[in-house]
Design a protein around this ligand. Structure first.
Ligand SMILES: [Zn+2]
Ligand SMILES: [Zn+2]
Length: 193
């Protein structure tokens, strides 16, 4: 039951109504550039009317396929998000708006609330902005494009890890002695193993 009927909840003060549903949320693929696909979302929550508002508390869970922001590889990502959303009716004369001073409080018009867009929004917010297949992902070489997790290349890249900077200086000094040569003493060539 993804549609909350406010009069029904208001009529049973404090009594919880179970919200248990498995739903597709394919709009997340459009909402978040790193989402490739996703399995149906499970919501398990309770809705109750108390102190002038309808409160929905529970969890959202499921899994997504994200693309790594460094190496672009697809990887699975599971989530379990806690839900605590509150809905209050717009007082007469006011119009409903999405924004109140508290971000989980929503002012609504009418007698029904479709929970789905609020839940989908929660998932979108929980997905990392720049997801990584692993914290240690080395990413793609910005020069030749090889996946540095799989193979190495001998491209010189601008960004040098600050921890390796002293090593890079040392190598540069050594290379200064034998000009014109690649780091391994040979002219640069693609991997020829
Ligand atoms: Zn990666
Ligand atoms: Zn490279």
């Amino acid at each position: 039951m993804m549609i909350l009927r406010l009069p029904e909840l208001e009529g049973q003060q404090g009594k919880a109504l179970r919200v248990h549903e498995v739903f597709a949320a394919d709009e997340l693929v459009r909402m978040h550039p790193q989402v490739q696909s996703l399995s149906p979302v499970t919501v398990d929550a309770e809705a109750r009317y108390e102190a002038g508002e309808v409160r929905v508390e529970g969890t959202l869970s499921g899994s997504l396929v994200l693309s790594c922001s460094r190496c672009l590889k697809a990887f699975p990502y599971s989530y379990s998000i806690s839900v605590d959303e509150r809905f209050v009716r717009a007082s007469s004369g006011e119009t409903a708006s999405e924004e109140t001073d508290e971000e989980n409080v929503h002012v609504v018009d009418g007698d029904t609330v479709d929970l789905k867009p609020y839940l989908v929004e929660l998932i979108a917010l929980a997905i990392p902005f720049a997801p990584l297949c692993s914290e240690a992902c080395k990413g793609l070489c910005p020069v030749c494009g090889v996946d540095r997790n799989v193979e190495s290349c001998s491209c010189r890249t601008e960004r040098i890890d600050p921890r390796l900077a002293p090593l890079a200086e040392l190598l540069a000094a050594q290379m200064g002695q034998g000009e014109q040569k690649g780091p391994n003493g040979k002219p640069k060539e693609p991997n020829d193993t």
